[in-house]
Design a protein around this ligand. Structure first.
Ligand SMILES: [Zn+2]
Length: 303
């Protein structure tokens, strides 16, 4: 069976949750499950390089048979035709000599040859509730980055890289891991020697943490109240294209490179609230962000 040598195109950056596309290949994974590859999909796979937003789940229907999509992963086809999945991919996301595939993982069906699916049209349906929770949480996670940068801005003593709103970019300089869930996210930051060397003043942070949290929450509340537009800039439809998240905040166009999915506007969120926690030794800062969905009303059709 031959694998595609062109990357899967994706519609999730625009918020799509449904689509139709021909099946191009169905490689069998080492665990026996099938990885259905189509030309174009609304499904968001877990990124193998920066696994912040979890995979979409849903259903894929081929020739009248519905296959639950239990996982969605990133696959790569190398210049030599070799196929690798997720953590086994030896190159960074988007390496141009590789083809990047969305793998819709389904359980095998007795009596069905996976290759018999190739060429048929697949009807693709993402679980819309799960996606809505992940998209809202991802948008909130980016807002938190800007709000936290603002709340910590006066701790910097040296010039460092700034975010799109002009504040020292604590979020990207201190980022360790970022994990998005439905209507919630968790960011872990390292406040170690190298961050202090770059000019971050960490003394007294434990005592001031409640004030920092309050300040970030006030900023988040003010931003959410604007109902500002959110969009993802898509240079081309390929899975690993360099997309950029934008939000039209009162302070300006906040933007961050991003491979995930998002709300269409802050009007879809009723509130975004962060809770900060500092480790005993002061070197690990954890931000837990919770999102409440807005009620859909005639005055707020965006929700
Ligand atoms: Zn993102």
């Amino acid at each position: 069976m031959s694998l595609p040598t062109v990357s899967t195109t994706v519609s999730y950056p625009a918020g799509e949750v449904a689509g139709k596309s021909p099946v191009l290949a169905v490689p069998v994974l080492p665990d026996g499950r099938w990885a259905v590859v189509v030309a174009d999909t609304p499904f968001h796979p877990l990124d193998h390089t920066w696994p912040d937003q979890p995979a979409d789940t849903g259903t894929l229907t081929v020739a009248g048979r519905a296959y639950p999509v239990v996982d969605c992963r990133t696959g790569g086809v190398g210049p030599d035709g070799g196929f690798a999945v997720a953590g086994d991919i030896p190159v960074r996301r988007g390496d141009e000599s590789w083809a990047w595939l969305v793998l819709h993982v389904v359980d095998p069906v007795d009596g069905v040859d996976p290759d018999s699916l190739v060429g048929a049209e697949a009807v693709l349906a993402v679980d819309p509730d799960r996606r809505a929770g992940l998209s809202a949480a991802h948008t909130a996670c980016h807002l938190l980055a800007f709000a936290l940068n603002e709340a910590l801005a006066d701790r910097w003593r040296k010039e460092v890289r700034t975010d799109a709103l002009g504040r020292p970019d604590f979020d990207s300089l201190a980022m360790d891991t970022s994990r998005i869930a439905e209507w919630a996210s968790r960011d872990d930051y390292r406040i170690g020697k190298s961050l202090r060397k770059k000019g971050f003043g960490s003394e007294g942070l434990a005592d001031e943490l409640a004030a920092v949290e309050q300040r970030a929450n006030a900023t988040l509340a003010r931003w959410v109240a604007t109902g500002a537009e959110v969009r993802v800039e898509v240079p081309d439809a390929a899975l690993t294209a360099r997309r950029v998240w934008h939000c039209a905040l009162p302070e300006g166009d906040a933007h961050i490179p991003c491979g995930g999915s998002h709300a269409h506007s802050l009007a879809e969120l009723a509130s975004v609230v962060v809770a900060l926690e500092l480790s005993e030794d002061g070197t690990e800062l954890t931000a837990r962000t919770a999102v409440t969905p807005a009620e859909r009303t005639p005055n707020n059709p965006a929700a």
